[in-house]
Design a protein around this ligand. Structure first.
Ligand SMILES: [Zn+2]
Length: 243
């Protein structure tokens, strides 16, 4: 059998396998609850279409740039969709973070990565750096959702995920803090391991949600204090509307 037809055969088998599994354990859309068809992941086509996308990766000096801009030049600052805390899409990110669902985080990253790739961003980043979790939190939660999101995005953009960015101290939860308090809370929470490895690279920091931008700003400060990347970028699943 030719390699190409072998691949087609294996693909056909896996599609049939997925269909058989779905008939026993039906998968449902996590937004509307209707059954998913083969090829749909997490969300049905209708709910994917209604996702409140930001398209920020296509807009130069957008609202996210303005939130984070300071002394650093940020090339792409993007989030996949607007995070409204009472929307079912926001619930998906919270589940990926708090409900022991690393696979959800990975799949969300993969879905976003596929759209970034379709918009020509394959090859744009040399490495993705997930916002790290401090060891204590990592032990408690069992996984870092931002790492899973980064892995999902990276699988579509075909670039590596780095582990250079590390959390040096635990910071308390950001909920119910003002912008300034949040910034003070995370300032100096991160450091870069082997900073010389990032010199001259196009680096993208990956987070789950961007609110004030203080966490990614602190990551950027940690990176630029020790290394000289050629390009700094930010990718997140959710971003709040700028107030
Ligand atoms: Zn749906």
């Amino acid at each position: 059998m030719q390699i190409k037809s072998q691949h087609r055969f294996i693909r056909a088998l896996s599609v049939m396998g997925a269909a058989a599994i779905d008939s026993v354990f039906p998968r449902t859309c996590r937004i509307c609850g209707q059954s998913l068809t083969v090829g749909e992941r997490l969300m049905c086509v209708g709910c994917m279409a209604e996702l409140p996308r930001t398209y920020l990766h296509k807009i130069d000096f957008n609202t996210l740039h303005q939130r984070i801009a300071g002394s650093h030049q940020i090339d792409i600052a993007a989030g996949w969709f607007f995070y409204y805390s009472d929307s079912p899409y926001a619930r998906l990110i919270r589940e990926a973070k708090y409900d022991d669902r690393p696979a959800t985080a990975h799949t969300l990253g993969k879905l976003y990565g596929a759209e970034l790739a379709a918009d020509g961003l394959k090859g744009r980043f040399d490495v993705l750096l997930p916002v790290p979790l401090h060891r204590d939190k990592l032990i408690k939660r069992g996984y870092n959702q931002s790492l899973e999101i980064a892995r999902g995005i990276a699988s579509e953009l075909e670039c590596p995920v780095g582990d250079n960015l590390v959390a040096t101290r635990a910071h308390k939860t950001q909920t119910r803090r003002s912008g300034l308090e949040r910034y003070k809370n995370v300032e100096g929470s991160f450091a870069v391991r082997h900073p010389e490895e990032l010199d001259g690279l196009s680096v993208a920091i990956v987070d789950d949600i961007i609110t004030t931008g203080s966490t990614v700003l602190d990551c950027i400060n940690a990176i630029t204090s020790k290394s000289a990347p050629s390009s700094l970028n930010i990718l997140s699943l959710g971003t709040t509307h700028m107030r």
